[in-house]
Design a protein around this ligand. Structure first.
Ligand SMILES: Cc1ncc(C[n+]2csc(CCOP(=O)(O)OP(=O)(O)O)c2C)c(N)n1
Ligand SMILES: [Mg+2]
Length: 293
């Protein structure tokens, strides 16, 4: 099991303090900076490992940054505190984005990121809760993280604590039927401290979602399952922050986040072949230049 990096964790505490007290524009600037840093780490990890899911990682980055930067009540030095908010990345193939965000917050040293997918590394291609602090449950097989999140939210309700549970789903992922059983249960129990975010990039592994199994009208589907639905630009930190406001209906909240797969690197954006293609050295250089421009 990796352990916290005290210096990075102190930096994270400072960030959270600043975010609570600063003007909105300063807060957004901090989140944007964090997104650039996380994206650069993702590119570096995938470049070193010569493996990974770069499209989905870059798609989900701003969602993860908004959550860990400004929404979730967590302490990277106490990753199993009983009353912590729970976060589950159900689209577990995007582990690089999660690891990079967790390291940024101090859950473990950022130097570990260089070991991504190497033999004996804790940072497997899909997140493992026994190896990486901040990972609440193992994910990778699509359709499994969301049912666990519903269990976490129901558990919090039964314990009487008001912690949040947030789960991030891929849009292709929700073609798996288990998600809709989970959605139905959460709606039934009116788990109003549960948020399900759909990373709606309209691409899955080998094709566009709507050519594979049509998902639209997506908001209407969530509403029919008893959820309060919010739609947001999934790369706009301000819009995402607004989408994570408390439930106003006593129902769980679905956030349909409009995203671009590969966001931030133009030759990767919205291209199905970049689901898990690995950039060559020249492309890595071009990606870094574009992200730091
Ligand atoms: C049950 C299951 N089936 C197939 C896969 C292989 N797989 C990994 S990622 C992926 C596509 C996921 O698409 P989406 O959920 O839209 O993710 P994103 O676009 O954010 O990468 C598939 C089919 C898997 N991980 N689990
Ligand atoms: Mg997708």
């Amino acid at each position: 099991m990796l352990t916290a990096d005290p210096t990075a964790a102190a930096g994270y505490r400072e960030l959270r303090r600043a975010i609570r007290t600063e003007e909105p524009e300063q807060v957004l600037q901090r989140l944007r900076t964090m997104s650039v840093e996380v994206r650069l780490s993702i590119v570096d990890m995938i470049d070193r490992a010569r493996m990974g899911h770069i499209g989905g990682d870059l798609s989900v980055t701003d969602i993860l940054v908004t959550l860990f930067g400004a929404v979730l009540d967590v302490d990277p030095e106490q990753p199993t505190a009983p009353d912590r908010d729970r976060f589950i990345l159900s689209k577990g193939h995007c582990a690089a984005a999660l690891y990079s965000t967790l390291a940024h917050c101090g859950y473990f040293p950022a130097s570990e990121l260089a070991t991504f997918m190497a033999p004996q590394s804790a940072l497997n291609g899909h997140p493992n809760r026994r190896k990486v602090p901040g990972v609440e449950t193992n994910t990778g097989p699509l359709g499994h993280g969301f049912p666990v999140a519903v269990g976490c939210a129901l558990g919090a309700r039964l314990r009487g604590d008001d912690s949040l549970t947030v789960v991030v789903l891929g849009d292709g992922e929700i073609q798996e039927g288990s998600n809709w059983e989970a959605a139905m249960a959460a709606g039934h129990y009116r788990l109003d401290r549960l948020y399900a975010v759909v990373d709606r990039n309209r691409l899955q592994q080998g094709a566009r979602t709507e050519e594979t199994v049509e998902l639209d009208p997506l908001a209407a589907k969530w509403a029919a399952f008893g959820w309060e639905v919010r739609e947001a630009d999934g790369h706009d930190h301000a819009a995402l922050l607004a989408a994570f406001a408390p439930s106003t209906s006593g129902r769980p909240v679905a956030v349909v986040a409009r995203t671009v797969k590969g966001k931030g690197v133009s030759f990767i954006e919205d291209r199905v072949e970049w689901h898990h293609r690995v950039p060559d050295k020249q492309q890595v250089q071009a990606a870094i230049e574009e992200l730091t421009r």
